[in-house]
Design a protein. Structure first.
Length: 142
């Protein structure tokens, strides 16, 4: 007993979809490291751009770029501990929840990255004490 024409076409379509899905899974399986590295590069580059847009006190754009470059290298070479990566990922998600990084969030991420890399973050700049103006007019006491 032969199948109807519609059933044959449906089986062919299902077979083609299965082959395409198998090819996608095989591609991802064999290129997993490249895909993860490309994703990491994208996320780190976007974070660097956001941090530089609202540069935290004590950092320069060159310092931020070097920190992010060191972080990418360490992550690519598996030099970071799993707990550090998880903590960074959760803090990054919390910081980017509003789609922007303010100065404090950027500084917090940079400090966490530097600590994970074994680098010393720059100290917080101290608030300058407001001294009274010595040229201010003093009323006469006569």
């Amino acid at each position: 007993m032969a199948m109807s024409k519609g059933c044959t076409i449906a089986l062919i379509i299902v077979a083609v979809i299965f082959v395409i899905l198998a090819a996608i899974v095989a591609y991802v399986w064999y290129n997993w490291e490249d895909i993860v590295e490309a994703g990491l590069d994208y996320i780190v580059d976007q974070t660097e751009t956001e941090i530089i847009a609202n540069l935290p006190d004590g950092y320069t754009p060159d310092m931020v770029h070097q920190i992010m470059t060191d972080f990418k290298a360490a992550a690519t070479n598996d030099q970071l501990e799993g707990a550090q990566v998880e903590e960074l990922a959760s803090n990054f998600q919390a910081a980017m929840a509003d789609k922007q990084l303010d100065k404090e969030e950027g500084r917090r991420l940079l400090v966490m990255i530097q600590e994970a890399l074994g680098q010393e973050p720059p100290p917080l700049p101290e608030e300058e004490e407001m001294l009274p103006d010595s040229l201010e007019a003093v009323p006469d006491s006569a």
